[in-house]
Design a binder for this molecule. Structure first.
Ligand SMILES: Cc1cc2nc3c(=O)[nH]c(=O)nc-3n(C[C@H](O)[C@H](O)[C@H](O)COP(=O)(O)O)c2cc1C
Length: 179
């Protein structure tokens, strides 16, 4: 089984990345023997042009950049992990650009081009405490955009910064193991 992880933080010692490593270890224990890790900040992913070519021609995105490499892996994977820091109350920019580019996976008639049932999980790190009420709806919306492509939303982990990480690593591992 194959897992793809797309990491959205560029911060040394990143909380979301540390949790992602535990999630991946859990997934490996569950039988995911193939793991591909992408770092959104190291990838050349340009913004969606809104050209509509994908929908008009029923094709992948016409932009030739690193999103195409990710997309070819996505098509043959069983599970996807997306992680992001919260910047200014939102999923950080590179992961928004990354998410926008999935537009090409929906056809003009609103059917999906992706094989259904890929399991998607999110890990989100924020400076505010985990239970800060303003943010879950933002992360849920973000996860919903992947579910809208026919993926199965397997939930999310919200981590309230460096002070919260220690007690969240086991939870991250379990989320991976229960994939
Ligand atoms: C530019 C910037 C904006 C931020 N904005 C917020 C914010 O609006 N709300 C919040 O709770 N934390 C905010 N933070 C804190 C980060 O979300 C927090 O440090 C988180 O742990 C970063 O994730 P990472 O460790 O995976 O990089 C911000 C941090 C930066 C650098």
């Amino acid at each position: 089984m194959k897992l793809i992880a797309v990491l959205g933080s560029n911060r040394p010692g990143s909380v979301s990345e540390r949790a992602a490593k535990h999630f991946i270890d859990g997934a490996k224990a569950a039988g995911y023997d193939e793991v591909r890790v992408f770092s959104a900040n190291d990838m050349n992913i340009r913004g969606c042009r809104g050209c509509g070519s994908c929908r008009k021609n029923d094709t992948d995105c016409v932009i030739e950049d690193d999103f195409a490499k990710y997309l070819s892996e996505l098509k043959s994977c069983d599970a996807l992990l997306v992680t992001a820091p919260n910047y200014y109350s939102q999923v950080a920019g590179p992961m928004m650009t990354f998410m926008n580019r999935h537009y090409c996976l929906t056809r003009k008639d609103k059917t999906q081009r992706l094989r259904p049932g890929i399991k998607v999980t999110g890990i989100f790190a924020q400076g505010a405490p985990e239970d800060y009420p303003k943010y879950p709806s933002t992360y849920e919306w973000y996860m919903g955009t992947f579910a809208g492509k026919g993926m199965e939303n397997c939930g999310m982990l919200i981590i309230g910064g460096d002070s919260d990480i220690a007690r969240k690593l086991d939870e991250a591992y379990e989320m991976g193991r229960s994939l």
